[in-house]
Design a protein around this ligand. Structure first.
Ligand code: HEM
Length: 437
């Protein structure tokens, strides 16, 4: 039966893949072959290991340069300006696409296959809808609410580390700790069942790939399968909460009074984003931090001696090896940026990982220095109205996780070759073998 349903869906999946990934992928591959730097960045596997040489080659061409993907910037000032400018929007204006593409998109539309990079996800919608969604969830992420989560975050970190005590063989720190802590914390906060965390991790992992343009068909199909499972889980979960509401954020969202109520697709998009963004990014921050500190043992030692430095260290990791490397905006009207006319509809790709190494803002930007005074000026959490809602929570989790890890296992060492995730928009490790000392 499942096979029959899958076969019936297959044409829709193929059309969705073709317009969202197949055609852009083919276009980028052709651009890469012609030497286009953005094409290379997004198509060449080597760029997943180290995108910085291409970032620097782009920087040498200027603050805002044409590429296979429209305009692209490595400049902190330009990214900062675009993110805050009312002349730019986060959403795509579909009416600017060729007619046949609009038609194909409409025909293959399937709410159960939608990921967090598609409307009505808050990430890619503009005011007034964006304002409405964000207001409904922001109460759970105020500085005061976030600070109140600290004891729970600490208790979760402690119990995960307890399970590692005494292990003498190499341990995959992503699997055993860095992936587990964020998913447990966000599941608890949202009131979704923590015993489904392995499913959330599996779904989130597959779905994260849909943020990259030009995904191969097989990966897209498996991401879509994961998204369907996640939507199915959410549908059943919302029905349960309507019958038996708790005092958690999701119960509040499903029980909103009629005048404020979210539609079913809005509810799915909002909860899926909170859940996915809550763990798919923080895992990268933790893994990137462990690898950087392992490569800089003096800085790690200084942090163990003075734990007051952890907050600054987290900012420097966010700057130096940003968990979200790329975002983009479209010009809502004809505008002017960095001395260049930008016509309405132009896509501007913001290379956040490159902006965070802009020498005009960060002295000797390739150097990792946990005492860097202006590290917090990074754009790792974006800026403007889409500034990361969970930035405070991510910072809290990272400080608690890294401090606790260093206290508990002062002899921790990376003990094999860490494996990067096969992603370009998100940057982190898939596997991180360590010995705990
Ligand atoms: C190290 C961890 C994290 C990083 C680097 C990160 C990064 C980002 C970035 C770059 C954006 C904006 C993208 C854009 O402007 O196009 C964003 C938005 C968002 N993040 Fe995070 N994030 C992290 C953790 C979290 C956590 C823990 C949550 C918890 C729920 C979260 C929830 C969100 C939400 C809801 C948005 C959409 C905000 C909006 O569109 O108004 N993030 N994040």
């Amino acid at each position: 039966m499942a096979a029959v349903t899958e076969a019936r869906r297959a044409p829709g999946t193929a059309v969705r893949w073709a317009v969202r990934h197949g055609l852009p992928g083919a276009y980028l591959a052709r651009a890469a072959r012609r030497g286009d730097l953005v094409g290379r960045l997004l198509r060449e596997p080597a760029q997943r290991i180290d995108p910085h040489p291409v970032y620097e080659a782009l920087r040498a061409q200027g603050p805002l340069v044409p590429s296979g993907l429209g305009l692209v910037t490595t400049s902190h000032a330009v990214a900062h300006e675009v993110l805050r400018s009312p002349s730019f929007r986060a959403g795509w204006d579909r009416t600017l696409a060729p007619r046949w593409m609009q038609w194909a998109m409409q025909l293959s539309e399937d709410p159960d296959a939608r990921g967090v990079g598609e409307p009505p996800s808050m990430l890619v919608v503009d005011p007034p809808d964006h304002t409405r969604y964000r207001r409904l969830v922001s109460r759970a992420f105020t500085p005061r609410a976030t600070a109140a989560y600290e004891p729970a975050v600490q208790a979760t970190a402690d119990s995960l580390l307890d399970r590692l005590a005494g292990r003498t063989e190499p341990v995959d720190l992503v699997d055993a700790f860095a992936a587990q802590l964020p998913v447990l914390v966000i599941a608890e906060l949202l009131g979704v069942p923590v015993d489904r965390r392995e499913d959330f991790l599996r779904w989130g992992h597959a779905a994260a790939a849909t943020l990259d343009p030009g995904l191969p068909f097989r990966r897209y199909r498996s991401a879509e399968r994961a998204l369907r499972e996640m939507h199915g889980f959410l549908r059943r979960h919302f029905a349960r909460l309507r019958r038996h509401p708790g005092d958690d954020l999701v119960s509040q969202l499903v029980g909103l009074p009629e005048e404020e109520a979210l539609t079913e697709p809005e509810l799915h998009a909002t909860v899926m984003l909170l859940l996915g963004a809550g763990f798919e990014t923080t895992v990268n921050l933790l893994g990137n931090a462990v690898v950087l500190l392992d490569a800089h043992p003096d800085q790690r030692k200084a942090l163990v001696a003075d734990p007051g430095g952890w907050a600054g260290a987290v900012e420097e990791v966010l700057r130096h090896d940003s968990p979200v490397q790329i975002t983009g905006r479209s010009a809502a009207a004809d505008t002017h940026v960095a001395g260049r006319d930008v016509p309405a509809g132009t896509r501007v790709t913001l290379l956040l990982g490159a902006a965070n190494r802009d020498p005009d803002v960060f002295a000797d930007p390739g150097r990792f220095d946990v005492t860097r005074v202006n590290a917090r000026e990074h754009l790792a959490f974006s800026g403007g109205i889409h500034y990361c809602l969970g930035a405070g929570l991510a910072r809290l989790e990272a400080v608690v996780a890294l401090r606790s890890l260093a206290d508990r296992f002062p002899g921790l060492r990376v003990s094999g070759q860490p494996v990067r995730r096969d992603l370009q928009t998100l940057r982190g490790f898939e596997q991180l073998p360590v010995t705990l000392g």
